[in-house]
Design a protein around this ligand. Structure first.
Ligand code: GDP
Length: 138
């Protein structure tokens, strides 16, 4: 079990000015920020990040959305980080997310759902390394 996960505060949450509030909740929930940057992804880079979803009908929409404006990417550390962070952000569709979760509080729809959280330890490493060199991971 790894103690790190990867997150992005997505363009919808950035646009609405929720970045600070979400970061505060991440800290309050016991996650330590091990790396962080704000970045505006190109369509090409957003497509590369979500390449696993290439065959899904929403892929084009997802790439357009994720390259629409800046995101905040971060690596987070805590015991059982991947599983605990997925619980903390809630279901993909905010309509199904539990009370108190980030997506329940800040997300508008299944597509524009405010935040990303890695779904496995292996993907947490791949995704963190996509954004941060080893020197930028503290
Ligand atoms: P996650 O692990 O909870 O982020 O969910 P998935 O891995 O299934 O999907 C990745 C991302 O694609 C989601 O967080 C959404 O931003 C987007 N997405 C998933 N399903 C849909 C959909 O039906 N329509 C649209 N437009 N976007 C979707």
């Amino acid at each position: 079990m790894s103690n790190r996960t990867f997150t992005m505060i997505k363009p919808d949450a950035t646009e609405k000015g929720h970045t600070g509030a979400i970061l505060a909740k991440i800290n309050e929930a016991g996650f330590r920020i091990a790396a962080m940057k704000m970045i505006h992804l190109s369509k090409e880079k957003a497509g590369e990040f979500y390449a696993i979803h290439k065959e899904r009908p929403f892929y084009g929409e997802l790439v357009d959305f994720m390259s629409r404006g800046p995101i905040t990417a971060a690596i987070l550390e805590k015991d059982n980080a991947v599983e605990d962070f997925r619980k903390f952000i809630g279901a993909t569709n905010p309509a199904q997310a539990e009370e108190g979760t980030i997506r329940k509080m800040f997300a508008a729809s299944i597509g524009e759902n405010a935040i990303h959280g890695s779904d496995s330890d292996a993907n947490a490493i791949i995704e963190g390394d996509f954004f941060f060199s080893k020197l930028e991971q503290y």
